[in-house]
Ligand binder design. Structure first.
Ligand SMILES: [Cu+2]
Length: 248
């Protein structure tokens, strides 16, 4: 229905709501564009120099432009109050419970995404900036019992389909913007803040996980991939990663 917008597939439960707002905004902009263009052409012809060699200083006397401007204002308020704000508030309030969700940490850095899974105990282990090293980009303290089973990846995020995902976003350096276009997820990753974002993936597949904030010279290369898979495939992947930990 919204193919004309050229959007990527709508892969999450809330994607249709976001797309509807985008479509309405595009319709409003199309109407304004056509209206302003028509008005501009009308004015060019109506007030051309040949028929009006001398300017009038009375200005506008009719009220219709005020009415049109009022109409545009009302349309914008309706869009904001009845479409945008409800869709936005559903994203930032009404978080699902962590017990029924896949909970992941994603820590951005110039120019990669570090992903941190809590492992079988569902507890994130302690991390410390002092421990950050090339082979430990999250600074995870493996001596912490909660950290022993933690799984970390770089530029690789896996999530099960049909189950809410809560992602705690932060950054090690500058502000990045965590973006999963097919999930209609876009959220800034800010140093010093653990910013949660949630969504429910509805389609399986593998796509790019990108940074949509100009974050430095190599910003264009700040791309990983994310995989939405069935719960079984996800569990199998986690098990493989966990086996890899024990072999180290
Ligand atoms: Cu970035």
């Amino acid at each position: 229905m919204l193919d004309w917008l050229g959007l990527p597939i709508a892969g999450s439960a809330h994607a249709a709501d976001v797309d509807q707002v985008m479509a309405l905004v595009h319709w409003l902009m199309a109407v304004l564009f056509v209206g302003w263009s028509a008005f501009f052409i009308y004015v060019l012809i109506r007030f051309r120099r040949r028929s009006h060699p001398v300017a009038t200083y009375q200005g506008l006397r009719s009220q219709w432009s005020t009415w049109i401007e009022g109409g545009v204002l009302v349309a914008e308020i309706v869009l904001l109050a009845f479409f945008s704000i409800p869709v936005w508030s559903a994203r930032v309030d009404a978080f699902p419970s962590e017990a029924n969700s896949t909970v992941v940490r994603v820590v951005a850095e110039q120019f990669a995404w570090n992903v941190h899974y809590p492992g079988a105990d569902a507890r994130f282990g302690r991390s410390d900036v002092a421990l950050i090293a090339p082979d430990n980009p999250l600074g995870l303290d493996r001596s912490d019992p909660a950290a022993r089973d933690d799984i970390t990846t770089i530029n690789e995020l896996h999530l099960p389909v049909n189950r809410p995902a809560i992602i705690y976003l932060s950054s090690k350096d500058v502000v990045h913007s965590f973006t999963l276009p097919q999930m209609r997820v876009k959220q800034d990753a800010v140093p010093g803040i653990a910013q949660p974002v949630w969504f429910t993936p509805m389609e399986t597949g593998q796509w790019n996980m990108v940074c949509s904030q100009l974050c430095g010279l190599v910003h264009y290369r700040m791309v990983g991939f994310y995989t939405i898979q069935t719960q079984q495939d996800f569990d199998a992947w986690l098990a493989t990663e966990a086996r890899g930990l024990n072999e180290q």
